[in-house]
Design a binder for this molecule. Structure first.
Ligand SMILES: [Cu+2]
Length: 124
């Protein structure tokens, strides 16, 4: 019993250290961003973010995966009108400067993994 538990603990600790470890892309303090999206296990853990209308804003992406992710913003889930596409980041944090948007509800996803989706609410 005990050796197995110790082994599981070691695996869990390694995962935690890996998540806190290396970063790539431009690194920023996500607390400076107007909104923060966290991705882990091939999904956006933060599915809805809210920002103010008619002023430029920053969104931090905290990607805890070893797979690259980004945030791409579209007018709606039909993805017919792309408004923003961020640089990819792998196992790290990146901040995106996004231009002012009109009040409304927008759709975002990861360009590489379209099954990762979220909602951007721009409040007027
Ligand atoms: Cu992705």
């Amino acid at each position: 019993m005990k050796p197995i538990r110790l082994c599981l603990l070691a695996v869990a600790m390694a995962a935690v250290f890996a998540a806190c470890g290396s970063t790539s892309g431009s690194t920023v303090d996500p607390t400076d961003a107007d909104a923060t999206v966290t991705s882990a296990d091939m999904a956006f853990e933060t599915e809805t973010i809210t920002v103010a209308a008619d002023e430029a804003f920053t969104v931090a992406l905290v990607n805890q995966d070893s797979m690259p992710h980004n945030i791409a913003i579209y007018a709606d889930s039909s993805k017919s009108e792309k408004l923003f596409e961020g640089e990819m980041v792998t196992d790290g944090t990146i901040a995106y400067d996004i231009g002012a948007l009109e009040a409304g509800e927008y759709f975002f996803d990861c360009s590489l993994h379209p099954e990762m989706t979220g909602t951007l609410i721009v409040e007027g």
